[in-house]
Design a protein around this ligand. Structure first.
Ligand code: ATP
Ligand code: MG
Length: 346
């Protein structure tokens, strides 16, 4: 059973999740779990240790973690399937232990070049930039390498971290022999998930940046917990352009293109069909109204499904998965400890 290829993804629980998280990471994973569990092992976890690489309200964290797992289930994750595992990173100590070992083989230089570190640290005063934010990618590499994951569906913003995972895995294999399964190169992953590129849902107010759940104002962000009314207001206030005509063109018209993308993904229609419906229309107001209706009805439906998720089966699934993941990850950790000389070779 354990030799099935592994698909793995996680989402930080530092705040409520957004439609960017939903469309970029949750839906592709849920699709895989529905169609391929049996043939593949599906690990969908909450990287709770990653959740405070930037400052958060710690009084909310525990509930946020449980809420996010319910979000996975409301999005359709089939938790009754034996090949589907749902777990919390901090309940599996090997994540932290492998991170320390990998840290010692990681350069300051390569971490300093990470775009996410540059972006996120730019928003913090010097004394609030944590070492945790700096070595976030190393913990992420451990999350992936511990389970021999081949496929990691993530949004476009995580591509660099995934490439680092491949680098550090290959570096260790070169020095110590075959320790880790290396995840597939990012373009190959996109092929597998049936997309030509990692998705990037953009901020509604500033479509040059991606939609982020940790955005300071949240004005350009649709949270899965937003009421349909709030979401409608945000869509109606979305930045567009001065071309005065709906067209799909992510370079020149990122705002309108973002709305067309959201519309297609949430309505489950092919992009070209949605584009054909709207391209050439000259009223941005009508267009936004059309988008807002689809978003509002998605939220109403999703929130009803979320409210109906029972907590007890979630907690037992977590417990079962965490026992299984501790056993699995300890094997990889022991192999690594033996390789670096911390344990005798068997
Ligand atoms: P934060 O601002 O706290 O970093 P985030 O919205 O970037 O939050 P993460 O927890 O860092 O969320 O990422 C979870 C997953 O969601 C990752 O796979 C990431 O690539 C994906 N993701 C995040 N934002 C987007 C987006 N705007 N479009 C598509 N995918 C996204
Ligand atoms: Mg992020």
């Amino acid at each position: 059973m354990m030799s099935k290829p592994v698909i793995l993804t996680g989402l930080r629980a530092n705040n409520d999740l957004t439609i960017g998280n939903y469309l970029g990471a949750i839906l592709p994973m849920v699709d895989m779990a529905k169609k391929r569990a049996g043939e593949y092992r599906v690990n969908m976890f909450v990287p709770d240790l990653h959740s405070f690489t930037t400052p958060i309200d710690h009084g909310q964290l525990y509930d946020q973690v449980i809420n996010n797992i319910k979000v996975y289930i409301a999005a359709g994750l089939p938790i009754d399937h034996d090949d589907v595992y749902v777990y919390r990173q901090s309940y599996v100590p090997a994540h932290s232990e492998l991170t320390w070992i990998l840290d010692c083989f990681t350069g300051m230089g390569e971490m300093s070049r990470m775009t996410q570190f540059k972006d996120k640290s730019a928003k913090l005063s010097e004394d609030r930039i944590s070492l945790g934010l700096f070595n976030y990618p190393v913990l992420m590499a451990a999350d992936i390498l511990l389970y021999d994951a081949s496929y990691v569906p993530v949004g476009d913003d995580q591509t660099q971290h995934l490439e680092f995972t491949r680098d550090i895995g290959e570096r260790m294999n070169k020095q110590f022999g075959e320790l880790f399964t290396i995840p597939l190169p990012v373009p190959k992953q996109h092929e597998f998930f049936g997309k030509d590129q990692g998705l990037r849902i953009r901020d509604l107010v500033d479509p040059t940046k991606k939609m982020s759940k940790s955005d300071e104002t949240g004005r350009g962000v649709i949270f899965l917990s937003d009421s349909p009314e709030v979401a409608t207001k945000k869509i109606m206030g979305a930045a567009t352009d001065s071309f005065g005509e709906v067209a799909f063109d992510s370079k020149e018209r990122p705002g309108v293109t973002n709305l067309l993308t959201i519309l297609a993904l949430l309505s489950g229609k092919p992009q070209h069909e949605v584009n054909a419906e709207w391209e050439g229309k000259t009223s941005y107001g009508d267009f936004k109204k059309g988008v807002a209706e689809v978003v509002a009805s998605f939220l109403t439906d999703f929130q009803a499904r979320l409210a109906a998720v029972d907590e007890q089966p979630v907690l037992s699934k977590l417990e079962q998965s965490e026992v299984a993941m501790r056993a699995l990850s300890e094997k990889t950790l022991l192999r690594t400890q033996q390789a670096v000389g911390l344990r005798p070779k068997s």
